[in-house]
Design a protein around this ligand. Structure first.
Ligand SMILES: CC(C)(COP(=O)(O)OP(=O)(O)OC[C@H]1O[C@@H](n2cnc3c(N)ncnc32)[C@H](O)[C@@H]1OP(=O)(O)O)[C@@H](O)C(=O)NCCC(=O)NCCS
Length: 137
């Protein structure tokens, strides 16, 4: 069910260039992340509506994977809620920063959620921005 949200969100996001179709491995939600309790799920009327994954790193920061929101519910605040939950969760894991790999289309969303561009990283489907949000007040 979560992978279906991820698939639908990714395809609607970039229908002209469905990079996730060219790189289907990016659509896999690792079972070990679910087993480790690293996946945050937001429900809407009892159904999964979006999710995000928080992965702690060795350098005292944490990665956020996603969020992915059911396309019919975009722009209703679910993405921001997932980021806020992810930030709280990452703080609880004692991470000082939350780091996102943001494609060109998601950069404005992450900027609205308090992330700043810090560089770029090469991925299987080209370079994307690295954006991070400070979690220490
Ligand atoms: C990116 C995504 C998670 C946003 O989710 P959402 O629920 O629509 O976001 P929200 O409604 O919480 O929006 C939060 C803020 O970001 C803004 N925003 C959201 N999408 C935006 C976009 N495409 N361009 C510009 N601003 C955007 C909203 O207007 C809102 O700003 P506001 O508070 O000033 O009104 C969703 O579009 C998605 O699932 N996309 C496909 C997957 C993806 O690329 N995920 C991120 C990287 S993996």
């Amino acid at each position: 069910m979560l992978e279906e949200i991820q698939r639908r969100a990714s395809l609607k996001w970039d229908a002209a260039q469905p990079e996730q179709v060219q790189h289907p491995q990016t659509l896999t939600l690792p079972a070990d992340h679910i087993a480790a309790g690293l996946v945050i799920v937001f429900e809407h009327w009892g159904e999964p509506a979006g999710f995000a994954v928080v992965v702690p790193r060795d350098d005292g920061r944490a990665d956020i994977d996603g969020p992915f929101v059911e396309p019919d519910l975009w722009r209703t605040g679910i993405g921001r809620k997932l980021v806020e939950e992810a930030a709280q969760f990452a703080r609880a894991l004692e991470a000082g920063e939350l780091v996102a790999a943001a494609n060109a289309r998601s950069e404005p969303f992450y900027a609205k959620c308090g992330f700043k561009a810090t560089g770029t990283v090469d991925t299987t489907h080209g370079p994307v921005s690295v954006m991070s949000r400070n979690l220490v007040f």
